[in-house]
Design a protein around this ligand. Structure first.
Ligand SMILES: Cc1cc2nc3c(=O)[nH]c(=O)nc-3n(C[C@H](O)[C@H](O)[C@H](O)COP(=O)(O)O)c2cc1C
Length: 148
């Protein structure tokens, strides 16, 4: 799987008390255009796992090539992932990272078992994108686009 190149996202959500939470993820895809659906896959062992339920929403933030530190931070357990980070709450309450390339805000419509992960389907309720270049992940390393 490491030979399949992907972008890198930070998927944000909130706990039942409204505190922001989230994780770095590259298991993300566009699923349907009508209705507009996306799919993510969340490790059942993730500390933020309980936040991914049908009453909640999530936001997929597309990381820019300048955000490798943000990716590392959201892939680290047991730290305050939002300390010193610039973000604001979106329509669904989940955090939008101000420096991200773009984002899709979703409400959760379905959850499916996927082995040690759960496949979470989200319906897009809002989305935006700005200019910039993406952070990539390939063979276990962060990569960047080069001009051809
Ligand atoms: C590039 C990259 C991609 C990742 N993709 C996923 C993913 O798609 N799903 C997932 O559950 N964890 C993924 N992880 C691992 C989580 O980010 C990591 O285990 C995180 O700490 C889990 O959240 P937690 O801190 O709430 O436990 C990925 C990590 C990296 C570095």
């Amino acid at each position: 799987m490491g030979h399949f190149a992907t972008g890198v996202t930070v998927i944000t959500t909130q706990d039942r008390d409204g505190n922001p939470n989230g994780l770095t993820a590259n298991a993300f895809m566009s699923l349907s255009l009508n209705p507009p659906l996306v799919l993510i896959s969340v490790d059942k062992g993730a500390q933020c796992y309980a936040c991914f339920n049908l009453q909640n929403g999530f936001t997929v933030n597309f990381l820019s090539e300048a955000q490798e530190d943000v990716s590392r931070r959201f892939a680290t357990k047991g730290i305050d992932k939002f300390a010193g980070l610039q973000w604001h709450a979106g329509e669904n309450g989940a955090a939008i990272l101000d420096e991200a390339l773009g984002y899709v805000e979703c409400k959760i419509t379905q959850c499916h078992d996927g082995g040690d992960h759960t496949i979470v389907v989200g319906e897009i309720i809002n989305a935006s994108a700005s200019g910039g270049r993406p952070l990539l992940f390939f063979r276990g390393k962060y990569q960047r686009l080069t001009e051809s």
